[in-house]
Unconditional design. Structure first.
Length: 165
């Protein structure tokens, strides 16, 4: 069991014939007692400091665990966001490709329709030309007949021989 300040203060030594000087021993014990008391106080202060430090250390450990958990959650969230963004980008690309294919198909259909329309117009033009040509040829034929044959009004004036028989 450790000595206390009271143990040192109350310690009494037997007096012997050739013993130590009592005053010197008492002075020394007083000094030992003061030093021992200072050491005890310092030890108590250190214990209180240590217990406070232990509490702070525990707080820091909890804070470290919280930060590690937060960091793990943040990393996980970042990974999820990257994956989500990647999926969304892929979806946007697929939609854009589908839209581009649709636009290309529409454009190709329009080209086919325009080509069909051009062909129809060519046919109509050819038919129109043929009609106009036919009309012009018939008009020319009529004109050339009129130039060769006398006008119909003059036909009454001309004697037409009776056909034989």
């Amino acid at each position: 069991m450790p000595l206390t300040v009271l143990d040192i203060a109350n310690k009494e030594f037997k007096v012997s014939l050739r013993g130590y000087n009592q005053d010197e021993v008492d002075e020394f014990l007083d000094e030992v007692m003061r030093n021992y008391e200072a050491v005890i106080r310092e030890n108590d202060d250190l214990r209180q400091n240590t217990s406070g430090m232990g509490e702070k250390l525990e707080q820091y450990r909890q804070l470290e665990q919280t930060l590690q958990s937060t960091l793990i959650v943040a990393q996980s969230t970042a990974d999820e966001m990257k994956q989500s963004a990647r999926k969304e980008a892929e979806l946007v690309v697929r939609e854009a490709q589908a839209r581009a294919r649709e636009l290309i198909q529409k454009a190709e259909n329009q080209v086919v329709q325009q080509q069909a329309e051009v062909e129809r117009i060519k046919r109509d033009t050819d038919q129109f030309r043929a009609r106009v040509k036919s009309l012009l040829e018939s008009q020319l034929a009529l004109l050339s007949q009129e130039l060769v044959a006398p006008p119909i009004e003059h036909l009454n004036d001309v004697a037409v021989p009776n056909p034989p028989g």
